[in-house]
Every structure is written in structure tokens, then in C-alpha cells.
Design a protein around this ligand. Structure first.
Ligand code: KIV
Length: 273
């Protein structure tokens, strides 16, 4: 274990994440939505677990992240928090629970923190949600920002293509990152933007910048667990590295079980009372 490593740290905090950026140690982050998966990824030593609203896609089967509710996010977050002993747990505030009304934003954030026991919340957007971010932070709730491709605004953009390729959009993104830092956010996720722009943001702000489809010159990386494990096979963007083919492993196991039941091979005598 290197001296520049957080591997021996018992519990990850915002302070430790900031120190990791300062000493150039990359931050690892993955999504999780349930107790069993969260327990495994926490034991593997992940730094941040995101209870993402991608649960709407991978857990509930919706096409977008828009339908998931605050109650459903709290259910997922509560299951994850029960499993975790080391990672820092961040929860997405779902669509419609914070935009345009800072009092509702604060209420939603407080419900997540109180009812799930999570450590922080994540919001999508910059200048347009500043009031909500400030209000949540004033209650002592750590906030992670999310810029670039923001899936809760999918119908505004119309596609999941790379964002901020145009100069004006890139400039706004840098301004938004500065606003989130000035408000007091502890980190920012950058999704699907040019690597050169992500590098510039990571150099401009002093808080950790975590990328997904944003190149390697940021302070950490995040992926959706089901995508990197190969459980979902239909979603294969260029930025995704698939670390396993669990869909094949699971299909084999299920097919063998079905065969054994049909053939009366399962259960055998040793498996019976
Ligand atoms: O909901 C989610 O999984 C996310 C990640 C893609 C960053 O927001």
C-alpha cells in the first residue's frame, strides 16, 4: 500500500476526498442501489457510492431518470447505507424534488439525510439551481454538483450526445463549476464532455471533479455498476469499460438451474432433509 493511499482509512469523508485531490490520489466512485451490491463494493474499497437516480433505468426499467420518486430514492439509499462501513454515500435528489423551489429542495435533502442516513446529496445543474444548492448547504448537508450531460434534462437536449463541444456551452459549464465551488459544494461530477474541457475544470476549481465520459485528467471516475459489470448489455457508450460479463455468468447459472430442476437432478439427497 502506498503512503499516498486512502486504503487504510476507516471512513471516507468530504475532508478526505479533498485531501485526495490535493495529493493527486484518484477517487473511485460507483453506483449501488441495494444492500447486497453495496456490501460487496464497499468491501472492495470503493471511495464513494452513488445511489444514483440511474436506479430508475437499471432497477425499475424506465427509459429515463425522470420517473423515480423521492420515496423510492430513500428506499434505495436506506438499503445501501445499511451495508456500508467505509465508503462515502451520496444520493441523487430526483427530478422534480429541488428545481425551481429552494424550500422544497431543502425539504427533499433533509428527508434523504434523516430517513436514509446517507452522507451527502447530488443535484444536476449550475446557475439555475444556485438558490436550492445554497439553501441545502446552509442546513449542513454536503452537496455534490453534476454538470455536462445531465440526464434529468434529457428532454431539453433531446439526445445523450457529448455536451459542451460548442465554445459558449463550454464557457457556461466552467462558470457553473465556479458557482458550485463558491456555493460550497464538496465535489462535482462531469458527464460526457470533451476531455480537454474536463481537465480545464479540474484545474480551475479546487474541489474534486469526478468524471464519467470526461477523460482521465480529472480527480476521479464514476460508472454505473450494472454497466461496468456487464449486467446491462444494451448500453455500450465509448466511455464504458466493462470489467465483467455478469449477464453471461448469470444466464449460464439460470440455465443450469432450470436444466437440473427439469431433469430432477436438483435437489439431490445431500441437499434434502
Ligand atoms: O444516476 C447516476 O448514476 C449518475 C451517474 C451517471 C453519475 O448520476
Amino acid at each position: 500500500m502506498s503512503v499516498h493511499s486512502s486504503a487504510n482509512i476507516k471512513r471516507i469523508t468530504t475532508h478526505i476526498l479533498q485531501e485526495m485531490k490535493s495529493r493527486g490520489e484518484k477517487i473511485s466512485m460507483l453506483t449501488a442501489y441495494d444492500f447486497s451490491m453495496a456490501k460487496i463494493v464497499d468491501s472492495a474499497g470503493i471511495d464513494i457510492i452513488l445511489v444514483g437516480d440511474s436506479a430508475s433505468n437499471v432497477m425499475a426499467g424506465h427509459e429515463t431518470t425522470l420517473p423515480i420518486t423521492l420515496d423510492q430514492m430513500i428506499y434505495h439509499a436506506t438499503s445501501v447505507v445499511r451495508a456500508v462501513s467505509r465508503a462515502f454515500v451520496v444520493v441523487d435528489i430526483p427530478f422534480g424534488s429541488y428545481q425551481g423551489n429552494s424550500s422544497e429542495a431543502l425539504r427533499s435533502a433533509i428527508r434523504i439525510m434523516k430517513e436514509s442516513g446517507a452522507h451527502a446529496i447530488k443535484v444536476e445543474g449550475g446557475a439555475e439551481i444556485k438558490e436550492s444548492v445554497v439553501r441545502i448547504l446552509s442546513a449542513g448537508v454536503p452537496v455534490m454538483g453534476h454538470l455536462g450531460l445531465t440526464p434529468q434534462s434529457i428532454y431539453k437536449f433531446g439526445t445523450y450526445s457529448v455536451r459542451a463541444k460548442e465554445e459558449s456551452e463550454a464557457e457556461k459549464l466552467i462558470e457553473d463549476a465556479k458557482i458550485l465551488e463558491e456555493c460550497g459544494c464538496f465535489a462535482i461530477v462531469l458527464e460526457k464532455i470533451p476531455a480537454s474541457l474536463a481537465k480545464k475544470v479540474a484545474e480551475t476549481v479546487s474541489i474534486p471533479v469526478i468524471g464519467i465520459g470526461a477523460g482521465g485528467d480529472v480527480d476521479g471516475q464514476v460508472l454505473v455498476m450494472h454497466d461496468m459489470l456487464g449486467i446491462t448489455q444494451e448500453f455500450k457508450p465509448r466511455f464504458l469499460r466493462q470489467y465483467a460479463d455478469l449477464q453471461s455468468v448469470m444466464m449460464d447459472a439460470f440455465a443450469n438451474y432450470i436444466k437440473d430442476v427439469k431433469n430432477r437432478d436438483f435437489p439431490n439427497e445431500r441437499e434434502s432433509y
